[in-house]
Design a protein around this ligand. Sequence first.
Ligand code: TXA
Ligand code: MG
Length: 360
Amino acid sequence: MGTKWKGKGIGSFKLGKTNKQTGAITSLRLIVRQLAIMTTISNCTASAIKDAASSLMAGNLVAFPTETVYGLGADACNEKAVARIYEVKGRPSAHPLIVHISSIEQLDKWAKDIPEYATKLATSFWPGPMTLILPRTDLAKDFITGGQDNVGIRVPAHTIALSLLREFESQGGYGLAAPSANRFGKVSPTNSKDVEDELGEYLSKEDKILDGGFSKIGIESTIINCTELRPMILRPGQITDEMVETILSINLEKSNSTISNIKSSGLLDAHYSPNAKVVLEGSPKPGDGLIALANFPTPVGVIRLASPKNEKEYAQMLYGAFRKADNKGIKVIRVVPPVARGLGKAIVNRLTKASYKQIS
Ligand code: TXA
Ligand code: MG
C-alpha cells in the first residue's frame, strides 16, 4: 500500500511503506518538512497580524490560536481557499465550517432571522467558547455550510484571533472559516507546535501558523442550534447547559444531538481520536497510559499522561495527553473520566467519541 506524501513546495510523490524502508521514510519526511515549511510566527506583532490578514485576503491559510483550540483559517468568502482547508484537513466536503467574526456587530452579515434567545446568548457569551448555528444570509455559501440553510458563527476570545479578525475585516474581509487545525477525526491542537506536527506536511510555504501559546480551555466551543423555537446544545463545551439555562431562564430539552437534522462532523460517534486505543473502563496494565484526576494513583508500570487537579485542568491537558501517548508509541490509554456535569460533560463527550468502538 502506498502513502501519499505532500511535499510542501516540491509537489507530491508516492512512497511504498513495505519492507525496511520505515527509517528512510522517516528521514525523507523530515527533509520534506524542512523543504516545504510554512512560516510559524511566534512574535505576533501588529505588523505580523497585518501580513497574516493580507495573506488570508490573498487566499492562503493561516492557523491561529483561540481560547478553545487552534483553528485553520481561510477567507470564508473565498471558495478556493476554503477548498484548501478541506484538502489540508482531509475532511469530507459536505461538513460545514464555523465562520469566525470579530464582534456581534458583524453577525447580521452572515445570519438572519436571529431569534431573541440567540441574541441574548451572543451578548452574554461572546467573545467566548460558543458557536451559534443560525439561518444563513446569502454571504454564507454552500461551500461553508455544507449546503445547509444555516451557518455556524463564533466570536473567539483570544487577543491574537480577535486582532487577526479585526485586521482582516478592515482589509475588506467578512469572516474566517476555521475548523480545528487537525486532520479529520483526529485530536485538536492546543499549541502551535501541535499544529505543525499535525498539518505541517500538508501546508504550503505561503501558509502561516500564528503562535499564541497554549489554548486556555483546551476543548472545542459549545455549539448551540438556534434555528428552532428553542435552543439545543449540539456539542457540549465550556459554556454549559446550566449557564445557558440561567441566562435564558429556561430548561433545555434533554434531547440527544443525533436526532437533530443538523449535519456536524463533531457530532459523529467517532472523533477526536489519538492513534492509541482509548479505554474508559477497567484498570490500567503495565505499559498502558493513564489519564485521571490527580487523586487517582498510578499503578506500577503504568505511564501517567496527565494528572489534572480539576475539570478545568482536565480539559486543558486532555488533547496534549493523547498526543504524548502517540509520541511515546503507547498502544492503550486508560482514562478515568470526570463526573459528566458542567465542563465534565464536555470532557466525557470528547472521551466517549475518542473511545468509540475501541473498548476491548
Ligand atoms: O472551538 C471551536 O469551535 C474551534 C475553534 C477553532 O473555533 N473550531 C472547531 O471547528 O472546533 P470544527 O470544524 O473542528 O468543529 C466544528 C463543528 C463541526 O462538527 C462542524 O460540522 C460543526 O461544528 N458545524 C459547523 N457549522 C455548522 C452548521 N452550520 N451546522 C451544523 N454544524 C456545524
Ligand atoms: Mg474539529
